[in-house]
Each structure stands twice: as C-alpha cells, then as structure tokens.
Design a binder for this molecule. Structure first.
Ligand SMILES: Cc1cc2nc3c(=O)[nH]c(=O)nc-3n(C[C@H](O)[C@H](O)[C@H](O)COP(=O)(O)OP(=O)(O)OC[C@H]3O[C@@H](n4cnc5c(N)ncnc54)[C@H](O)[C@@H]3O)c2cc1C
Ligand code: SF4
Ligand code: SF4
Length: 432
C-alpha cells in the first residue's frame, strides 16, 4: 500500500550513500549541480562510518567520516532519502532518466525527533542490533547508532508490538504510526551507482564452524569491538564474555576460493586484519595474535611498512591453509592447518577466531535498470566498459559507477573512483 506519489527532479541521482556515493555527491554539488542521494539504510556513511581505524595510518575512521557526512547532510544542494530504494530507472533520452523510488516509513517525524532516546529506553522489545553485527541487542524503537546521520529514531515495525510505550514518553510527540510508504517519480540527467559491496557469509563454509561455535566471529564483528562506538568497553569473546588472549585470524575467508564461487582477491582483508592485529595489541597488550595467510598482499602505499610494523610488534604470521576448526569444551578452538612452508599438517589452540571475510558484489545494481541494460562483469560487479581510460563508464550512457560497486577496493581508492565518476558525470551534464 502506497501513500502519495511525489514528483521531483535533480541533475544527478546518486544511488548509495557510503563514502563513494557521498564523495561523488559532494563533488557534483560543489560544482553547482543539484543532487539526490538514495540510501537504503537508515543512515548515510556506508561501512566506513562503522569502522575502527584505517590502514595504514591508523587514523580514526569515524573522525574522518563524520565531518564528511555532516557536510553532505547539511548541504542545501543535496537531498537525501534514507530508508529508500530505487524500483527502476528508465533512460528516456540524452540527459533524461526517470526513476521510481520507494521510501519506507520510519514511523517518526524526522524533523521533530531530538534523538533523546527516551523511546528506546521505554521500548520493551529486544532484537539483534544489525549495526553492531548482532554482538548485542537493540530495541524496536531505536537510533541506528550514536553517530548515525540523521541521528533520528526509527521504529522497527516488524518487531514492534504496538504497545505504545514509546509514544507515551516521546517529549515531542513525533512517533507517528500512520506514516505510509511514499513513492517518488524522479527525473534526473545523470546517475551515479555507488551501491557498495556485500560481505561474504561464512555460513557458506561449514568446516570453519561459524554460527556453530560462538567464539568464531567475522572481521566486521571485531571491527565493531575496536571502534569508538563499540558495544563493550573491551574486547570480549561472545561465548562467555572472556577477554581473549590467543586470537587467530583466517585470511581469505571466502576470497580466492573457487569452492565458494569467489575466485578473486578482496584486496582489503590482508590489510584490515593487520590493522586489527595492531589495534588488538594496543587494547590487550598481553594477548597473542596469529594471522594465518596464503599470501600477504601489501601492494599499496605504506602497506609493506605497515606489515613490517605488525611483525615488529610481535604479531605471528603463519603461512597456513586452514582445513577445519573444532571446539573444545571450554569454548577454545582447535585450528587444523597445513603449514605451507613446512608442508605438514599441524594443530593450534586459540580462544577466539576471526574470519577475515571477503568482498562480494552487491547485485542490487543490476536490478536498477530493465532487461540487463546495466552489464555486470564475470564476478557480478558493475561492468566498466573502458576500465583503463574511463573507469567510471558503464554500459549505459550517462550512468557512472563509483567505489566498490565496480569491484573490491579500499577507502582511498573508493574516493578516487568517486572523483572519476563525478567528473565523468559533470562532463556528461555539461556536454549535453
Ligand atoms: C572489516 C572491514 C574493515 C575495513 N577496514 C578498512 C580500512 O582500514 N581502510 C580502508 O581503506 N578500507 C577498509 N575497509 C574497506 C571499506 O569499508 C570500503 O573500501 C568502503 O566502505 C567502500 O565504500 P563504498 O561507498 O564503495 O561502499 P559501502 O561502504 O558498502 O557503501 C554503500 C552504500 O550503498 C547503500 N546501498 C546499497 N545498496 C543500495 C540500494 N540498492 N539502494 C540504495 N542504497 C544502497 C548501502 O546501504 C551503503 O550505505 C574495510 C572493510 C571491512 C569489511
Ligand atoms: S510501540 Fe513498538 S516501538 Fe514503541 S515501545 Fe512499544 S514495541 Fe517499542
Ligand atoms: S522519537 Fe521521540 S523519544 Fe524517540 S528519540 Fe525521537 S524525540 Fe526522543
């Protein structure tokens, strides 16, 4: 059931409000173009706003993201639709696209919400917190996370019991259960796809025991434990709340592995694992950290030095292929692995295992346009028709790709890619 249908027009439609989409939008608006960002989540900032620090400088990720995010959200030339998705986009002619966008209700009047969190405190319903990657719970009435933009509550209607406790305590009376889905018909002259990437789901590798053994977590779950907006004040293993002292990383989980259908390198896992290992040694000075790897790919500027720095700090690197992980009664984990240098099978015990999960394509992008008009590459990322000379060009004239929507890359490369996409989009807009 849809409420009103609203018509509106912009110069550029940017799909995805992560760092790539945000950067592309800022470049466009600072050159005088009117931009609409469509973000399917409740906050802009993508994955970057949830990270701890960034390799290889160890600058605080939130401290870099939040000023950018606030510049984007305050700019008068940028309109942001959160909780929204594009149903379809049709290319009508040169400089003419028409998009149908669905905006799902937040059940809170955003302009009136002060972010006081009283609704959150009153709500009796507990569910998993997706922004903390299920490490803790949240309420059905909730602010997505403390540095969310907008920092406005939302009601998770699927889990809400309609008890009314939140409405009673809200000081501005901004909870509104009568809100309906809105449909927008949008005209735009160019489109930037910045829908980002998905993380590999380690449930697809049962031999690692993720989902079965509580003390096996993903790298994103460890990233949240190390972030300034972390769920606990220290690092804990989820099984029993123990502070771990023997931590293992399994690199290339779901990357470079034909058996799970993903033969390519994710480009970021080696470096983010080395980063987390260094941060863990700071947070837990007595802990042992071991990284099991196939090859360390420290290809970027300052990356090899960063790797050396980790070795110097005492991180153990084992060139080893993990065969199987099993659990002991005390929750510790036994890793059975092939030591590649010695060519023998060994076992080692750790009290927490972090799976360095890989980058997968977000296949949402293909469904944005009708009949396969937007071509994908063999790995299902957005196909770049001219990757060497014009990397932002796609199979549709006037549609450009930014960031990890076109393949795995780190933050600096996503920002560079967004620069290329916005420049191409501007040349296209000016050329007419
Ligand atoms: C554990 C971990 C640690 C990392 N650490 C580092 C690091 O230290 N340094 C570094 O350089 N990089 C790091 N990275 C990589 C970094 O997260 C990415 O390079 C960066 O997030 C890519 O930005 P993006 O905008 O392309 O994609 P994303 O961050 O994925 O953003 C995409 C946005 O698009 C939205 N979206 C998706 N589909 C749709 C749709 N259909 N409609 C509307 N909106 C949509 C999403 O909700 C999201 O907001 C790390 C990654 C992980 C997983
Ligand atoms: S009405 Fe829903 S969101 Fe509000 S307090 Fe009750 S369960 Fe929570
Ligand atoms: S919805 Fe009301 S109670 Fe909840 S954060 Fe906003 S102003 Fe506060």
């Amino acid at each position: 059931m849809h409420g009103k249908i609203l018509n509106t027009s912009f110069d550029a439609l940017v799909i995805g409000g992560g760092i790539a989409g945000g950067e592309a939008a800022l470049n466009l608006v600072n050159n005088g173009f009117k931009v609409l960002i469509i973000e399917k989540d409740l906050s802009i900032g993508g994955k970057m706003i949830l990270l701890s620090k960034v390799f290889p400088t160890l600058d605080c990720s939130a401290c870099i993201t939040t000023p950018k995010v606030s510049e984007i959200s305050r700019h008068p030339g940028i309109t942001i639709f959160t909780g929204s998705e594009v149903r379809k986009i049709i290319r009508k002619a040169e400089n003419s696209f028409e998009a149908e966008v669905i905006k799902t209700p937040r059940y809170v009047i955003a302009e009136d919400c002060t972010g006081c969190q009283l609704c959150e405190q009153a709500c009796p319903v507990n569910v998993h917190d997706q922004y903390q990657y299920n490490l803790i719970g949240r309420k059905a009435a909730y602010i997505p996370f403390s540095i969310a933009s907008p920092r406005v509550a939302a009601i998770d209607i699927e889990n809400c019991t309609l008890c009314g406790a939140c409405e009673k305590v809200c000081p501005t009376k901004c909870i509104d259960f009568t809100q309906e889905t809105e449909e927008y018909h949008i005209k735009a002259k160019t489109v930037v796809i910045a829908t980002g990437f998905n993380l590999f789901d380690p449930l697809m590798m049962p031999r690692y025991g993720y989902g079965l053994y509580k003390n096996i977590i993903t790298s994103m779950q460890m990233e949240r434990q190390l972030a300034p907006t972390r769920p606990f004040n220290t690092i804990l293993r989820p099984g029993d709340g123990k502070v771990p002292d023997k931590i293992a990383y399994v690199l290339c989980t779901g990357s470079r592995d034909v058996t799970v259908g993903n033969p390519i390198c994710s480009q970021i896992c080696c470096m983010y694992s080395i980063k987390q290992a260094q941060l863990l040694m700071g947070a837990l000075p007595m802990a042992d950290v071991t990284i099991y790897y196939i090859n360390i790919r420290s290809f970027g500027k300052g990356f090899e030095e960063f790797y050396d720095q980790a070795k110097g700090m005492g991180v153990n690197f084992i060139k080893g292929k993990i065969g199987r992980i099993s659990e002991k009664e005390n929750g510790n984990l036994i890793m059975r692995y092939e030591d590649i240098n010695e060519n023998i099978v060994k076992e080692a015990e750790h009290d927490i295992v972090v799976l360095s999960v890989g980058v997968l394509p977000n296949t949402d992008s293909a469904a944005l346009f009708p009949d396969g008009e937007l071509k994908l590459d063999p790995f299902n990322f957005v196909y770049q028709t001219d990757p060497l000379a014009s990397p932002a060009k796609t199979s549709i004239k006037g549609v450009f790709v930014a960031g990890t929507a076109s393949g795995p890359m780190d933050i600096p490369d996503s920002i560079l890619s967004a620069g290329a996409a916005s420049s191409e989009a501007m040349s296209y807009l000016i050329r007419k």
